[in-house]
Design a protein around this ligand. Structure first.
Ligand SMILES: CC(C)(COP(=O)(O)OP(=O)(O)OC[C@H]1O[C@@H](n2cnc3c(N)ncnc32)[C@H](O)[C@@H]1OP(=O)(O)O)[C@@H](O)C(=O)NCCC(=O)NCCS
Length: 220
């Protein structure tokens, strides 16, 4: 992907003063940006969850009501362990990404969904996985990321592996869909492995400007 640049923080939807916002900060790489999700994106999310082609590789194939979607959004935005971004290509929201953090073990589960089918297969999912890992390790000090992916979801497996995730196990016959049972693979990325991957790529002293070395830029 193209040149990474530092950027202005985006405005999240205002929340009650007592709530602690945990929407993710702006992260950019090339054409892709992760933005704190705005309520205006929720109808898109609902439509994606009602599209069987999009949720084919998700364990949950039920579309939420608008009330459920808004409740979910407010709960996530106020949570101190869940982080949510919308994935944008230019001005267009094409998907979302999230993390569920377990602070005591400094581990997070990660999820990625590009709902806009025209955006598939263009490297955007890989960029999202890479950006989120860089934020998790570089800004939150996490030690381990974990992801589940159904066995047939080759694009997801490849995107995870390119970011450094390793496949560590299988849940057999985990979910039923499209007339058969599907296994689910468990992937993990340890901080030390992510760091080794970064130093292998690093150009050394006098290297690139802000954000480029780790492939992301972030400002609150
Ligand atoms: C899974 C998903 C995130 C992948 O993102 P993407 O942008 O489509 O994937 P990328 O273009 O980054 O491709 C990643 C890798 O998979 C390969 N790939 C892409 N589509 C593929 C396909 N249909 N079959 C096989 N390989 C594929 C790419 O070539 C690339 O590998 P490479 O870099 O070695 O060439 C996205 O397609 C998506 O959100 N799908 C619907 C929801 C979903 O399944 N989410 C994941 C739930 S666990």
């Amino acid at each position: 992907m193209g040149q990474v640049r530092c950027d202005e923080a985006a405005q999240a939807e205002p929340l009650d003063e007592e709530e602690t916002p945990m929407l993710g900060p702006v992260l950019r790489a090339g054409d892709i940006a992760l933005f704190p999700t705005d309520v205006g994106d929720l109808p898109l999310f609902r439509a994606w969850h009602a599209d069987l082609d999009v949720v084919r590789y998700l364990p949950n194939r039920f579309a939420p009501s608008s009330e459920q979607e808004e409740d979910w959004y407010r709960r996530v935005a106020a949570s101190e362990r869940e982080v949510l971004w919308s994935v944008r290509l230019g001005e267009q929201t094409i998907g979302y990404a999230d993390m569920g953090i377990y602070w005591t073990s400094r581990t997070a589960t990660t999820g990625t969904l590009l709902g806009d089918r025209s955006a598939w297969g263009k490297g955007y999912g890989s960029e999202v996985v890479r950006l989120r890992a860089a934020y998790a390790f570089g800004w939150l000090g996490l030690n381990r990321l974990e992801a589940d992916s159904l066995a047939g979801n080759v694009a997801m497996h490849r995107a995870l592996e390119k970011a450094g995730y390793a496949r560590i196990g299988t849940r057999h016959e985990y979910v039923y869909g499209d007339g058969k049972w599907h296994d689910s693979y468990l992937f993990e990325l340890l901080r030390r492995d992510w760091e080794s991957k970064q130093s292998a790529k690093s150009p050394g002293p006098g290297g690139p400007p802000c954000g480029e070395e780790t492939g992301y830029s972030a400002r609150y």
